[in-house]
Design a protein. Structure first.
Length: 311
C-alpha cells in the first residue's frame, strides 16, 4: 500500500475525489510536525515549510505536490538532491486572483473599506458632496510589475475601466502588448514612477524579495495605489507602512511578509485595504487547485510524469 501525506486543511476537497484502493491517505494537521514514515507522496500547502529536515523525515518520498502556484515554501535544491519531484498548481487560479486584484483596486480607489466601517460604526450622518472622495480610474495608468499569467489577466481587465497599461517584466510580452496595447517599461523604477495603480505579480525569489523598497516607493506619485496579491516578501513592509502613515500613497494588500502576522501599525491605517490571502479563494478555484495537486501526487508516486512539474 502506497502512503500519501495530505494537509488536513484540504480534507473537504479530498472527499470529492475517489482515492484509488492501492493508496492510503494520512492527514497532517496544521502545525503538526511531519512524521517520520514511509510516505511516498506529500500534498502540501504554501503554509508548510519543506526543507532538508522535513525531507529527511520522509526517506521514501518521491513527490511534493504544492497546492499553490508559488513554491517558495519548498527548498528545491534539497528536494532535487534527494530525488524528490515538486509540482505546483499554475493556471487554475489565474482568473480568481486577477478578479481579487481588481476587487482591491476598486476598494482602494473608491475608499470602500472606509465607507463600510463608517456605516457599521453608526457614524454615517447622510450624503455629503465631499464625503470620502475617491479616485476615478478612466485614463489612468495601470502598472503591472510581473506580466506572467496573473499579471496578464489583470491587465486584460483594465480595458473595462478605460485604463491604460504598462508593464515591467524580465521578458517581452508581445501577446499582452497586442491584446491590450500594453507598453513595456524597461526599468522597474520608471514603471513605479509612472503608474497611478501599481499591481504586483512577482514570484518570491532571492532576486525579488524586498524589491519594492523604500527608494522605489518614494518615486510613486502622490495618491498612487499599490496593490499586492503576489507574495508579501516582495515588498519591504516596514518601508510601505512608513509611506502609508505619511498619507502620500494608498494600498491594497492580500499578502504579508510574515503571514498570518499583520503589524498593528498597518492594521490601524485607513488608507490601506487588508485581506487574509484570498487571491484564489473561490470554491471552484480551490477545488481545481486540489484536483491538480492530487493528480500530480498520484502520478508522482506511480512514477508517471507530473502534469505541472517544478523540478
Amino acid at each position: 500500500m502506497t502512503r500519501i501525506l495530505v494537509a488536513a486543511e484540504v480534507e473537504s476537497f479530498l472527499r470529492a475525489r475517489e482515492v484509488p484502493p492501492d493508496l492510503h491517505v494520512d492527514l497532517l494537521d496544521p502545525g503538526a510536525p511531519i512524521p517520520s514514515g514511509e510516505h511516498e507522496g506529500f500534498l502540501a500547502l504554501l503554509t508548510r515549510r519543506i526543507g532538508p529536515a522535513e525531507l529527511d523525515r520522509l526517506p521514501r518520498l518521491r513527490v511534493v505536490a504544492n497546492m499553490a502556484v508559488g513554491y517558495d515554501n519548498v527548498d528545491l535544491d534539497a528536494a532535487r538532491d534527494r530525488g524528490v519531484l515538486v509540482s505546483n498548481t499554475p493556471d487554475v487560479l489565474t482568473d480568481a486572483t486577477a478578479e481579487l486584484t481588481w476587487s482591491l483596486i476598486l476598494a482602494v480607489a473608491r475608499r470602500v473599506g472606509e465607507g463600510e466601517r463608517l456605516v457599521r460604526a453608526g457614524d454615517w450622518a447622510g450624503w455629503e458632496p465631499t464625503q470620502l472622495l475617491g479616485t476615478g480610474l478612466r485614463s489612468k495608468l495601470l502598472g503591472i510589475a510581473g506580466a506572467g499569467r496573473i499579471g496578464h489577466e489583470t491587465a486584460r481587465r483594465a480595458g473595462a475601466f478605460g485604463m491604460r497599461v504598462a508593464y515591467w517584466d524580465q521578458d517581452d510580452r508581445p501577446e499582452l502588448e497586442r491584446e491590450v496595447g500594453a507598453v513595456r517599461v524597461p526599468e522597474l523604477e520608471d514603471l513605479v514612477a509612472r503608474a497611478d495603480v501599481l499591481s504586483i505579480h512577482l514570484a518570491s525569489t532571492p532576486g525579488t524579495r524586498g524589491i519594492i523598497d523604500g527608494p522605489l516607493l518614494d518615486v510613486m506619485k502622490p495618491g498612487a495605489i499599490l496593490i499586492n496579491t503576489a507574495r508579501g516578501d516582495v515588498v519591504d513592509e516596514t518601508a510601505l507602512m512608513e509611506r502609508l502613515q505619511s498619507g502620500r500613497i494608498r494600498a491594497g494588500l492580500d499578502v504579508f511578509e510574515a503571514e498570518p502576522h499583520v503589524p498593528e501599525a498597518l492594521r490601524e491605517l485607513d488608507n490601506v485595504v487588508l485581506l487574509p490571502h484570498l487571491g484564489s479563494a473561490t470554491r471552484e478555484t480551490r477545488q481545481a487547485m486540489f484536483d491538480l495537486a492530487w493528480d500530480n501526487v498520484v502520478r508522482g508516486v506511480r512514477g508517471e510524469p507530473l502534469l505541472t512539474p517544478v523540478t
